[in-house]
Design a protein around this ligand. Structure first.
Ligand SMILES: [Zn+2]
Ligand SMILES: [Zn+2]
Length: 255
């Protein structure tokens, strides 16, 4: 399984597109503004999109992808998400006002888009040894992280989250964990805003990482543009001796 980072930022600007991971040539995890870098032929090959939660920085590309690539595809692009996330997408985006309801266009039997509900801990088999499993997360709206299982190793993506013990229980149960991509949206001076919006900040990240019982490479994502260096400096200071890197577009992971 090859995972390429199309976007990993907590906001636009500074040429930092928002969250989207591209897996092999047929799967996305989240569809933020990072999907804009896909060529049309590449977009048309996306069969599955696993969505962490309904927030626009993770879903705006979903609407545009369905429109751009739908006519070039023989079957619907399947959007996997929690039932509450699917409900929010249907009600607020694919509602015929903000955007057409591509789950019935061009017709209900062969639409551009199909929704498939996921449940925590229940993996979806994508063939060729690839499996994606929703993990617990703690955010202002229903949200999940994802465990990506390849033939050789595992990668975990936290999605948007605050502290979440259930997440770490799942992570620590993965004997072949190789990479952890975890959000840290705010610097410590905005700790209160982080708490209210249920995002991590460096001091809270340190607390969370104390619950990690496995050795793994750690990459930080979803930093607010303009605060990336401050956030990474604060993480470096509080995690003495444990190098962590910022997740950048163009990075790739082979599991
Ligand atoms: Zn969010
Ligand atoms: Zn977000």
């Amino acid at each position: 399984m090859i995972i390429k980072v199309l976007g990993a930022s907590g906001g636009i600007g500074e040429q930092a597109p928002t969250t989207s991971l591209w897996i092999d040539d047929d799967v996305l995890v989240d569809a933020g503004t990072g999907v804009e870098t896909l060529r049309l032929a590449e977009a048309a090959r996306i069969d599955h999109v696993f969505v962490t939660h309904a927030h626009l920085d993770h879903t705006v590309g979903l609407a545009l992808l369905a429109d751009a690539a739908g006519a070039a595809r023989a079957r619907p692009m399947v959007v996997h998400a929690l039932p509450q996330t699917i409900e929010a997408l249907r009600r607020h985006i694919f509602n015929g006002e903000i955007w057409p309801d591509f789950s019935v266009i061009p017709d209900a039997r062969q639409p551009y888009l199909a929704f498939a509900p996921v449940a925590l801990g229940q993996g979806i088999d994508l063939g060729e040894g690839r499996r994606i499993t929703p993990l617990p997360a703690e955010h202002t709206v229903p949200a999940v992280g994802y465990h990506l299982q390849g033939n050789r190793a595992s990668l975990v993506f936290s999605g948007d989250t605050y502290g979440c013990d259930a997440f770490w229980e799942c992570v620590n149960a993965l004997p072949d964990l190789r990479y952890l991509l975890i959000e840290t949206a705010f610097p410590d001076r905005l700790a209160e805003l982080a708490r209210r919006s249920k995002h991590l900040h460096p001091a809270r990240l340190k607390n969370e990482l104390n619950k990690l019982a496995r050795a793994t490479d750690i990459f930080i994502c979803h930093q607010k543009p303009g605060d990336v260096e401050v956030i990474m400096d604060q993480i470096g200071t509080c995690l003495r001796g444990n190098p962590v890197k910022p997740l950048k577009p163009g990075a790739s992971f082979d599991i």
